[in-house]
Write a protein that binds this ligand. Structure first.
Ligand SMILES: Nc1ncnc2c1ncn2[C@@H]1O[C@H](COP(=O)(O)OP(=O)(O)OP(=O)(O)O)[C@@H](O)[C@H]1O
Length: 453
């Protein structure tokens, strides 16, 4: 997906983040920053003339986890399992139905708008779609300076100077301050979203599918940027993604969600080395192997049959039992608790993998044997032509991160040529951009006036 934009990705200086962003005053690394207990969100379903509640979508149905200062907690799961709802609950963009959210030891579950205001500075969100999360009528300067205005914060040196510094921090040209979102590529727009999220030096950043709307090579750049910013600013992340390759690359710990619940929560190494929940095992068996030496080796993919059940009436007992090849009678009737079976690895399963059976002596249900299909891949592929073994595998962001670094060197060679072209277009853009800005009315005028002092 190449985009013809006024600003090209060649304008992006990836290592430019080192321009002195001041670290936030976080809790000591490893201390609990966010604590979530029994968190629920049930969306009511109303029907009839009187709009009576006839049921509810149990999008998030009892989550318990904490996020430690300085870490990245990855949250993964199939579409519809409640990841985004969880993200919106912990950033308090949604009101929970039940449970509690504590930030730095303070219960923020039901804080009103005024009570939340100071906390809004500390907790920020990066959204999935850089195309729709930026107001097309506002300049980049206006977008990134909005948090300062909303919070009544006057940074040292003024808002404009600070916004330009932030643009540099995320690898964008500070001179593009007066440009509009449509003049940037997808990756650059996501950088603008990141700059906006970082404006008030938050302690916790919740990123909901921050790269899934982007081209694979651009995904790698944005993932690397998030990584670098975390190192420099001591940020704590909750990163939500359905792509296990992205999650593997960015996370210290990983929570696997299924139908509104966490089924496994573990540090990255343990989870990838020995997943305990059958659902985690199935998810991970579908991940492309990042190590080129191991590509083509025989491996088994577990294909779950059937659809994810409806969150309106989730299955009894263990919610995964209708799709699990290990399901027994106890799985149908008793919901397994999330318990730590190995240090740093919690799982909610009666019959976990790579751990002692929690309900031994139970017979596997006959229908359970039919719930999956195991496909052996690798050998057959390797026997075909060498080209065929590479063709079906989509490069994952983690691999692409490495590929992007190599590609950057090549791109640098092309950059001089590209910059000539982009300089020419910038010259014409500058005048049309200015005309566009002048032609805007209402809020944009305010932005221009207040930021171009
Ligand atoms: N405002 C809402 N009203 C009613 N149902 C909702 C609402 N928002 C989400 N849901 C439902 O809640 C469930 C969880 O949705 P959510 O968006 O949190 O899942 P997700 O894991 O983030 O999925 P995706 O990866 O597709 O974004 C889905 O069944 C969804 O239809």
């Amino acid at each position: 997906m190449s985009e013809d934009k006024g600003v090209t990705d060649n304008d992006v200086a990836i290592p430019a983040q080192s321009k002195g962003a001041a670290p936030t005053e976080d809790a000591a690394p490893g201390e609990v920053l966010l604590k979530v207990s029994g968190l629920q969100k049930h969306f009511p379903i109303r029907s009839g003339l009187l709009k009576r509640q006839t049921g509810s979508v149990k999008a998030v149905d009892g989550l318990d986890f904490d996020v430690r200062s300085g870490e990245t907690l990855g949250v993964v799961g199939e579409s519809g399992c409640g990841k985004s709802t969880m993200g919106r609950l912990i950033t308090r963009l949604l009101e929970p139905t039940g449970g509690t959210v504590e930030f730095e030891g303070r219960d923020i579950t039901h804080l009103g708008v005024r009570g939340m205001r100071p906390m809004r500075r500390d907790v920020q969100m990066i959204f999935q779609d850089p195309y729709s999360s930026l107001n097309p009528r506002h300049t980049v300067g206006g977008i990134i300076s909005a948090p300062f205005k909303l919070q009544g914060v006057e940074p040292e040196g003024g808002v404009k100077k600070e916004v330009q510094r932030l643009l540099e921090v995320v690898g964008l040209n500070p001179e593009h301050y007066n440009r509009y979102p449509h003049e940037f590529s997808g990756g650059q727009r996501q950088r603008i979203g990141i700059a906006r999220a970082l404006a008030l030096k938050p302690k916790l950043v919740v990123a909901d599918e921050p790269v899934s709307a982007l081209d694979v090579s651009i995904q790698a750049q944005v993932v690397n940027l998030l990584d670098d910013l975390q190192q420099e600013l001591g940020l704590t992340y909750v990163i939500i993604a359905h792509d296990l390759s992205v999650i593997r690359h960015v996370s210290d710990r990983i929570a696997v969600m299924y139908l509104g619940k966490i089924v496994e929560l573990a540090d990255r190494k343990s989870l990838y080395a020995a997943p305990m929940h059958p659902y985690t095992k199935a998810l991970m068996s579908a991940v492309p192997v990042p190590d080129p030496k191991r590509r083509g080796m025989k491996s088994e993919r577990i294909l779950l049959k059937g659809d994810v059940p409806s969150p309106i009436s989730p299955p009894s007992g263990c919610r995964f039992h209708t799709r699990c090849w290990k399901a027994t009678e106890v799985c149908k009737t008793q919901e397994p608790a999330l318990v730590e079976l190995k240090p740093g690895q919690q799982v909610a399963c009666h019959h976990p993998e790579n751990a002692p059976d929690q309900a031994p002596g139970e017979e596997v249900l006959p229908e359970a044997r039919e719930s999956i299909e195991v496909v052996t891949i690798g050998e057959a592929v390797a026997e075909e032509s060498p080209a065929a073994s590479e063709a079906p595998e989509e490069p994952a962001a983690a691999e692409a991160a490495e590929a992007a670094e190599a590609a950057e060197a090549a791109e640098a060679a092309e950059a001089s040529q590209a910059s000539e072209t982009s300089e020419a277009s910038e010259a014409s853009d500058a005048s049309s951009g200015a005309a566009g800005a002048e032609g805007e009315s209402g809020p944009d005028d305010t932005v221009q006036e207040s930021t171009d002092k």
